[in-house]
Design a protein around this ligand. Structure first.
Ligand code: IPD
Ligand code: CA
Ligand code: CA
Ligand code: CA
Length: 305
């Protein structure tokens, strides 16, 4: 995997250059240059497509037998089923909304799946020059501009006995149908301190954050800056690289299915520092990812103290 990591890291940096170039161009572009997918908040630009084409081309040249799953190819109808074969799973720009608004939290996310398990991940935010990488069984690290790679997490996690001491990332996502927005608003409110249940010490998380990039939420959990990240409805390319990086940093990940990267992810994903979720996951054996996740959510919401 060493050679693959070197290749993927270099590729992510090359893609990062194109993202930066694109960012300049998009700030000059007119509103009509910003495309919409399923609704007016599901944005796409020519750079999402260009970056994916670049990455796909380089992968095909270097690893012609590997499969490729990417967000924009998928949108264009190229939807290969996940097999046991090595498969690159790529989000060319994760955080397109941030990219469009020049909010400097957007990245390229390149994951590698083998035997249906994510085994390698690289996430690169070119705006901050932060490169996160992880290899199954070999840990994860963060390289920042001009510095040597640092092992993740950057500091040992302080024990967190409950959600009430946690900094929690959630996202609005692009599903803005009435039931989806209602569900998210309710769960976010509960996390922040639910008036209907009486706001008491210990019944609210320290605060909520929305970075606007699933991959960077994973990276931030791996780094130790976020205690947990929870979102309903991620796609494989949003989470594939992040899963490896967060797990290798000692984090816990559960998806809606046991394989949260099987090309058909519409269920929630949850990742967090081990200390926070360790009690709740102690007996996950025999449960599917979704069952475990629902139970964790129930426990968090009902017995936060
Ligand atoms: C989205 C971002 C966002 C998350 C969505 C993703 P995109 O990806 O990661 O933070 O809430 O679920 O789809 O469209 O910017 O690649
Ligand atoms: Ca998108
Ligand atoms: Ca994404
Ligand atoms: Ca994307």
């Amino acid at each position: 995997l060493d050679e693959l990591l070197t290749f993927t890291t270099a590729l992510a940096r090359t893609a990062g250059e194109l993202i930066l170039e694109g960012s300049q161009a998009i700030q000059q572009a007119s509103a009509s240059d910003i495309g919409e997918k399923k609704n007016s908040v599901d944005l796409v630009t020519e750079y999402d497509v260009k970056v994916e084409e670049l990455v796909k081309r380089e992968i095909a040249a270097a690893y012609p037998t590997f499969q490729f799953i990417g967000e924009e190819s998928y949108s264009a109808g190229s939807r290969p089923p996940l097999t046991d074969a090595p498969t690159f799973c790529v989000d060319p720009i994760d955080g397109t909304t941030n990219f469009v608004h020049a909010f400097p939290f957007a990245c390229i996310s390149i994951g590698l799946i083998d035997q249906r398990r994510p085994v390698l991940g690289v996430i690169y935010n070119p705006f901050l020059d932060h490169l996160y990488s992880g290899v199954a069984g070999h840990g994860s690290s963060l390289s920042r501009a001009g510095g040597a790679p640092q092992t993740l997490p950057l500091a040992p996690a302080r024990p967190l006995p409950s959600l009430s001491q946690a900094l929690v990332a959630v996202e609005w996502g692009s599903d803005r149908t009435a039931p989806a927005v209602t569900k998210k608003a309710e769960s976010f409110t509960r996390l922040a301190g639910d008036p209907a249940r009486g706001i008491a010490r210990g019944r609210m998380a320290h605060s909520l954050r929305s970075i606007g990039s699933a991959a960077l939420n994973f990276a931030m959990v791996a780094q130790g800056g976020l205690d947990t990240y929870w979102e309903i409805g991620c796609w494989p390319w949003d989470v594939c690289a992040g899963i490896v990086i967060a797990q290798e940093a000692g984090g816990f990940v559960t998806g809606g299915k046991d394989a949260p990267h099987d090309g058909d992810v519409t269920e929630g994903i949850l990742t967090g520092r081990k200390y926070l979720v360790i009690r709740a996951i102690a007996d996950t054996e025999g449960e599917t990812g979704l069952e475990a996740q629902k139970r964790i959510a129930r426990e968090w919401y009902d017995t936060v103290e």
